[in-house]
Design a protein around this ligand. Structure first.
Ligand code: FAD
Length: 242
């Protein structure tokens, strides 16, 4: 829309974009990139109502102000459509709860994809990672179990690659660990290039990362998380040079 010279205002509840996928350092780099390319961004604010007569004319915001507009695009995350499921018989949390064979609480009924709440590999608790590769893998594994071959799903891993103007952003796993948790993090920023790296480890294993620009090594890092191999001193040395 900006390329068509349509003025755009982005409203974000949090203090920076993609707050579920990046930390505050990466978030502010993304915010600066959006603003420096001419986007008006307002943080810490929500649209609470839209007014119009057939067409939207204004958005009412949580600080009491009114923003005139004639188009609204809503991008507020993913929530499974579980309204049709009899929750008295099939346990549902945010999504349909499944065991490691992707079977729901009722024998013979399976769930896979965005609707299924499986174990997250690095969080080790039920989680929805609503991305295509996990949906594909879950579909295959649910299918094999339905066909009588018992196969376990190793758990899902959230990951995301996005290009914001000329900023390449790749993230995976846990990127905002609790301060008092069992995690170790190290990060490096080179603001002028700009490059940013953050690695999160637990028990000497990689459980999450953020890469801003020069993201070519991201696939190997995802594989390291998935395989949960303990890192040697030389692996750690390599991580620090990425
Ligand atoms: C804007 C957007 C961008 C995305 N980009 C990426 C990306 O870059 N990379 C990535 O990995 N993933 C991406 N995803 C996520 C990816 O599309 C999903 O993970 C994937 O489509 C999940 O597949 P699925 O089959 O589980 O669900 P869906 O593709 O949502 O399919 C579910 C189907 O079930 C139908 N349905 C729902 N309720 C009922 C009902 N009661 N009866 C009958 N049918 C019903 C729906 O109409 C739909 O056709 C993106 C998603 C969105 C919305």
């Amino acid at each position: 829309m900006m390329r068509r010279n349509i003025p755009v205002t982005m409203l974000i509840s949090s203090e920076y974009p993609l707050s579920m996928q990046v930390d505050d350092v990466a978030g502010r780099m993304i915010l600066d990139k959006l603003k420096s390319n001419g986007l008006t961004v307002r943080t810490g604010i929500d649209a609470v109502a839209f007014e119009g007569d057939g067409n939207v004319r204004e958005a009412h915001l949580s600080d009491g102000s009114i923003l005139p507009c004639d188009r609204v695009i809503v991008g507020k995350g993913v929530r499974p459509a579980v309204g049709f499921i009899p929750t008295d018989r099939i346990p549902v949390d945010l999504g349909v709860l499944v065991n490691t064979n992707l079977q729901t609480g009722i024998p013979g009924i399976y769930a896979a994809g965005d609707v299924a709440e499986c174990t997250d590999r690095v969080r080790q608790r039920p989680w929805i990672n609503a991305i295509w590769p996990e949906a594909v893998m879950q579909g295959r594994i649910a299918g094999m179990n339905m066909a009588g071959r018992p196969v376990s799903y190793p758990g899902s891993l959230g990951r995301n690659v996005i290009r914001i103007f000329d900023l390449n952003v790749m993230t995976a796993g846990i990127v905002n660990p609790e301060n008092d948790g069992p995690y170790q993090t190290f990060s490096r920023i080179q603001p002028r290039i700009p490059v940013y790296r953050k690695f999160v480890l637990k028990d000497n294993r990689l459980v999450g990362f953020i890469l801003i620009n020069r993201i070519e090594t991201g696939g190997n890092l995802v594989s390291l998380i998935q395989r949960q191999l303990p890192l040697t001193d030389s692996d750690m040395g390599l991580l620090k040079t990425i």
